[in-house]
Write a protein that binds this ligand. Structure first.
Ligand code: A3P
Length: 297
């Protein structure tokens, strides 16, 4: 596999204006025709917004806080990644894995709202969208692309800064993504959650998710979920820290998947000049969106 990766670096392709893995585009019909079920739960995010964190929270909520059962398999097996075409790895595609799962299913996507398979809307599936401020997303994505061999090398920090701001990164433009889903929430069953709110008060946000899913637990169960999904617990939990993947897939000697888990790490990476450029673009692109992000707490 390592050898294959070396000789076939991952390719991206522009699809309906969005940069996607070429492997995903190759199975587009399979993805587009995916059959959602009424009791599915879909977690949708822009990459690095806290997908894995929300997955673990929702998995535990669906299991009524049964930590032992939450350890049944790594997160990428428990929660199929809808648009994943893992070739050359000997794994099922996201659609095949989802088809094989018993209901109720928890699923994951990084698609902008317009690319979501239509059956999710037809079946009125509950969707949880996690959004994270652009600056921390950029930093987290930069480090992730350095270690994830399934994504292109990010290039230098300067290069990546420009690519991200221009929306020329995999799964497309951050601005389009967060705004598209924000608008969609007025017409669909979408719970829109902010990573910064989860960091500020994880209990409050977990209760929101529980309510959205029609669940109510005694405080000791809530505390168990909180404890199990803290950054510290997740960093040491092989089910969610991707330590079972070989270096040829995720090279965690470069940076760990559970890297920092904070709000405001961008301050350690943005140059003052970049920050000015970013803020100016940000103002233009977010104007009138009604969306407010916090970049520090
Ligand atoms: P950093 O790279 O800033 O540390 P995703 O799952 O969407 O790929 O997001 C990964 C980001 O979420 C990483 O951000 C990771 O550290 C952070 N994260 C994962 N679990 C977390 C938790 N329990 N608490 C806080 N942050 C978490």
């Amino acid at each position: 596999l390592a050898q294959h990766m070396e000789h076939h670096p991952p390719k991206m392709e522009e699809f309906q204006g969005v940069l996607l893995p070429e492997s995903t585009c190759q199975i587009w019909d399979q993805i587009h025709n995916f059959q959602a079920r009424e009791d599915d739960i879909l977690i949708a995010t822009y990459p690095k917004a806290g997908t894995t964190w929300m997955q673990e929270i929702v998995d535990l909520i669906m299991l009524n806080g049964d930590v032992e059962r939450s350890m049944r398999a790594p997160c990428f097996i428990k929660v199929p990644f809808l648009e994943l075409n893992p070739k050359p790895m000997p794994m099922q595609s996201g659609v095949e894995a989802a088809d094989a799962l018993e209901s109720p299913r928890l699923l994951k996507t990084h698609f902008p709202v317009d690319l979501v398979p239509p059956s999710f809307w037809e079946k009125n599936v509950k969707i949880i969208y996690v959004a994270r401020n652009a600056k921390d997303c950029l930093v987290s994505y930069y480090f992730f692309q350095k270690m994830n061999k399934g994504l292109p090398d990010p290039g230098t920090w300067d290069e990546y800064f420009s690519s991200f701001l221009a929306g020329k990164v995999t799964w497309g433009d951050w601005f389009d993504h967060v705004i598209g889903w924000w608008k969609a929430k007025d017409h669909h069953k979408i719970l829109y959650i902010f990573y910064e709110d989860m960091i500020e008060d994880p209990r409050r946000e977990i209760l929101k998710v529980m309510k959205f899913l029609g669940k109510d637990f005694p405080e000791d169960v809530v505390q168990k979920i909180l404890q199990h999904t803290s950054f510290k617990s997740m960093k040491n939990n092989p089910v969610v820290n991707f330590s079972c993947l070989p270096e040829s897939v995720f090279d965690q000697s470069v940076t760990s998947f559970m890297r920092k888990g904070t709000v405001g790490d961008w301050k350690n990476h943005f140059l003052d000049s970049q920050n000015l450029i970013f803020d100016e673009e940000y103002k233009k692109k977010m104007a009138g969106s009604g969306l407010d992000f916090r970049t520090e707490l």
